[in-house]
Design a protein around this ligand. Structure first.
Ligand code: MLC
Ligand code: AMP
Length: 498
């Protein structure tokens, strides 16, 4: 019996279906067997990976979970990386984490093999045949480090967020309790598997509970609608952009189809939105269309989920509810005082067993992000009629587009490599579909025109698709303050003026 509670629970779910794809059903036992074989392959001649970093480049599905469990059972740290990232982005994640192994599948092998060869990283196929005889697996304690997730922030390069098995378990148990997950649940999974929303809220919570996941390579409204009208799901989780896209697709559907699809949504026991602000108007539109009241929650890679509207009780549009089980939340005002009254804004600070340990190899950034043991989220909120409402972020250099957190500084650094760009400032402008649209304001080196399509083409291969500017404004000079520093509020005002 494996020591880790998530795996021990998987043993108890043994013959239940963990994943259902169009072709096949995979039981929990199938995943356990696959992960044990793969753990032996990863271990090779050693008895314990001793926190070796193993990068994971596999789409959502049974092989992803078998690989995740194999890394954990062998004592390694899982570093999931983005399937659609560019080679420089992969190289950054592999070198920063000092990954020794990349675990991937046949379709991705050709893409990553040259990089692995150049960096001297071992490449292992997730379907490698078992080593004979099967190895004894090491004992894994709850304080062992389990995962590094790369997250963008106020530095130009993403930072690795390190969580232990105990952190991950606390994050899972909090959500399973609050949202009343059971083994009877069925959920689709179309979110990327290198971020906490897909990994913890959907994948890990479902598997902890003995539920069934239907994995998809990417989000596609038509595919989801086919399954929703067939009552395939009891629970649904997505980012606000996806709800906007679902509303657009539902409104475009023929009335009879729309009625059938809406019926499927209406019969689900829970629909959750998070990762970015859900506009109250979208919340209300969704209720008007389907009768479902979306449950909005707030979280972050470093802490897991912190605030949530209740499963039973009022789900208020525009608000994120109250602290989840096992999570302590406080607001700290600009004055340094802890906010005790309603209507007074402050920075959200979080404490609890789910909160990460430290950023990977960044002791200074780690120390700065805690205030007397409380994690400083950098998000501002206020309490109104008992519930928290998110007001925005402290840093103008962090954007959220399509639910992805982006660093303006990282995008600026990439744009400055462009032969025509002399200076630039990147901001997020409000966008009905994406939340914020990545907007580049640039000064060119000469009078040669710079157009958005050409700039976007140039960015491909350098930046992931969601980091590529959607809007471009070429200006003679960037607005500066009296100290000569470019100020983002003035850049935003400039964009709004044109
Ligand atoms: C893609 N496109 C964008 C874009 N991303 N345009 C504007 N802004 C963006 N952010 C464009 C592409 O260039 C392309 O254009 C077209 O949209 C289709 O691209 P795609 O990649 O196929 O898009 P799509 O699949 O529709 O992606 C939308 C999405 C995806 C919402 C499904 O962005 C997504 O999965 N987001 C979820 C991210 C996530 O899981 N975040 C959670 C982080 S954890 P063209 O011209 O080529 O057609 C976290 C903590 C917490 O935040 O609290 O959960
Ligand atoms: P990430 O770093 O990718 O985990 O993203 C975490 C950030 O997403 C938070 O710091 C918030 O800025 C934002 N976020 C998550 N959920 C919500 C929400 N419900 N409303 C507003 N912002 C959110």
């Amino acid at each position: 019996m494996p020591e880790l509670p998530l795996l021990a629970r998987a043993c108890s779910h043994r013959d239940r279906v963990a994943f259902r794809t169009a072709k096949q059903a995979h039981t929990y036992q199938n995943l356990l067997d696959h992960s044990a074989r793969l753990a032996s392959v990863l271990l090779g001649a050693t008895d314990d990976l001793q926190e070796t970093r193993v990068a994971l480049l596999v789409p959502a599905g049974p092989a992803y979970v078998a690989a995740q469990w194999a890394i954990w059972r062998a004592g390694g740290i899982k570093v999931p990386i983005c399937l659609s990232a560019t080679e420089p982005e992969w190289e950054y994640a592999l070198t920063d984490s000092r990954a020794a192994i990349v675990l991937t599948d046949a379709p991705m092998t050709a893409k990553i093999a040259p990089l692995c060869a150049r960096l001297g990283v071992r490449l292992v196929d997730v379907n490698s045949p078992s080593t004979n005889p099967a190895k004894a697996l090491p004992e894994i304690g709850p304080e062992r480090r389990a995962m590094i997730l790369y997250t963008s922030g106020t530095t130009s390069k993403p930072k690795g967020v390190v969580t232990t098995h105990a952190n991950i378990q606390a994050q899972i148990e909090s959500l399973v309790t609050a949202w009343e997950w059971t083994a009877a649940d069925r959920i689709p999974l179309f979110l990327p598997m290198h971020h906490i929303h897909g990994i913890i809220n959907i994948n890990c919570c479902a598997l902890w509970s003995g539920a069934t996941i239907e994995p998809f390579a990417k989000f596609d409204a038509a595919t989801i609608f086919d399954r929703v009208r067939a009552d395939a799901y009891t629970v649904f989780m997505a980012v606000p952009t996806i709800y906007v896209k679902l509303i657009q697709a539902l409104e475009a559907a023929a009335p009879a189809d729309r009625a059938a699809i809406v019926g499927g949504f209406a019969r689900m026991r829970l629909m959750v939105s998070g990762s970015a602000a859900l506009p109250a108007s979208v919340h209300e539109q969704w209720t008007a269309l389907t009768g479902q009241k979306l449950l909005e929650r707030y979280g972050m890679t470093e802490i897991g989920m912190a605030l949530s509207n209740p499963f039973h009780g009022e789900r208020r549009p525009g608000a994120v509810g109250l602290a989840l089980p096992g999570v302590e939340v406080r607001l700290k005002a600009e004055t340094g005082a802890i906010v005790t009254t309603e209507e007074e804004p402050g920075e959200i600070q979080v404490r609890g067993a789910g909160v990460f340990r430290a950023y990977w190899n960044r002791p200074e950034a780690s120390a700065e992000s805690f205030d007397d043991g409380w994690f400083r989220t950098g998000d501002m909120a206020v309490r109104e009629r008992g519930y928290y409402r998110i007001m925005g972020r402290l840093s103008v250099d962090i954007l959220k587009s399509g639910g992805y957190k982006l660093s303006a500084l990282e995008i600026e650094a990439a744009l400055l490599e462009h032969p025509q760009i002399q200076e630039c400032a990147v901001i997020g402008l409000p966008d009905d579909t994406w939340g914020e649209a990545v907007t580049a304001v640039v000064v060119t080196k000469d009078a040669t025109p710079l157009e958005l399509p050409a700039l976007r083409d140039w960015c491909k291969g350098r930046l992931s698709v969601y980091k590529i500017p959607q809007r471009l404004l070429v200006v003679k000079e960037l607005p500066r303050n009296a100290m000569g520093k470019v100020t983002k509020p003035a850049v935003r005002a400039l964009c709004e003026a044109v």
